[in-house]
Design a protein around this ligand. Sequence first.
Ligand code: HEC
Ligand code: HEC
Length: 345
Amino acid sequence: MSKLPLILLLLALSGHVLAGPDGKALYIEHCSACHHTRGEGGIGLPLTKDTLSSMTDSYLRKSIYYGRPGRVMPALPALSDAQSKAIIKYLRESTGSKPAVYSSHQVKGQPGAGKALYEEHCVKCHAADGTGQGAGTGVTLSRERSFLVMPPAISNAGFLASASDEMMKHVILHGRVKQDMPAFANKLSDQDIHDVIAYIRSLNISAVTPPPLDSDERPTHVIESPYDFNTTVKNLQQAIEGANFRIFPPRYLEQGLVDEFSVNKRQIGIRFCNFDKLYGMLKIEPRLGTVLPCRITVMELEDGKVILVVPNLRVIARLFNNDELVELWDEMEESLTDLTDEATL
Ligand code: HEC
Ligand code: HEC
């Protein structure tokens, strides 16, 4: 595809043409490859009503801005303030979550005492240096469908710059039990928790930062279809079957979020897979989750344009800093390009 229409489309998506940035389109473009279209997580942590309710808007804004250097979550400083606010508004509205409110009070703790507690209670999941590479149960997660959640890096400079002490304290007290982060309210005293936080802050790891993305690189490709919505979906399904992928029942993006009569039937996720390739990838990198590389979203925009949103595997693979993975994903990227070419020819 030539660059110009893509740029025009991206401009439209990012709101230079529409009135005000469209938070949903921005979320799909910049976040859904990892956090999924309904925020269930996958490579990224779940952004659900539950978890979002423990986050302030400022935490979200800073997380988008700083990312998690050296981890998979990219920094997206190129998003304007208005764009990142639109994404946050979309997350709030689509999940019905209210921003958390915490005091900006900084806890007073003893890092030395915190270290011992950290080693006793946290190391097995968050690792000795807080990089989240521990052997904890956070890797497996039984939910409606089994996604993988890696314990996040809590000593990461991007996390520490985004989270206030009081937010950390809240998460430690109440846990995120569905995702296997235990609640410590009955195990640790307030002072213990302050000590642990002081210890985590003292780690403040800035791991090697992967090279920043070029300004025109996105974690997704957005491709305009010359056909109407139904024809595009049909073409795509045929192309996928023709390429011998196993195809799953499609899901509307809003399925399960709103009642069945209000679901927008013009936004659909087509999921498919090649199990051999998928297992190969998961062996190399369990954080990949199960659905990511094989989902193409078809959306009809308000002006009637039909677009396909496809993960940009080359960009995502690079964030993992793993050459083996890059090779496999290059192959997968070729299959995705063939499929979308065939569906939009
Ligand atoms: C059994 C594994 C496990 C143990 C033990 C554990 N955690 Fe976690 N922790 C997790 C997982 C998984 C998450 C991600 C949950 C989510 O956000 O969905 C998490 C999230 C967090 C977060 C929020 C980070 C973020 O990016 O939002 C903090 C802070 C945290 N843990 C601190 C601690 C501390 C301090 C201890 C020890 C007192 C501890 N954890 C023990 C698994 C664990
Ligand atoms: C390439 C994958 C990827 C993309 C793209 C991505 N994230 Fe993330 N995100 C992650 C991962 C992985 C984590 C967990 C951090 C860690 O590993 O320590 C995360 C963590 C987060 C957190 C912290 C969650 C918590 O429980 O505290 C927020 C908030 C977040 N992402 C929001 C976003 C938003 C909004 C976007 C789009 C603007 C986005 N992310 C794009 C992978 C991604």
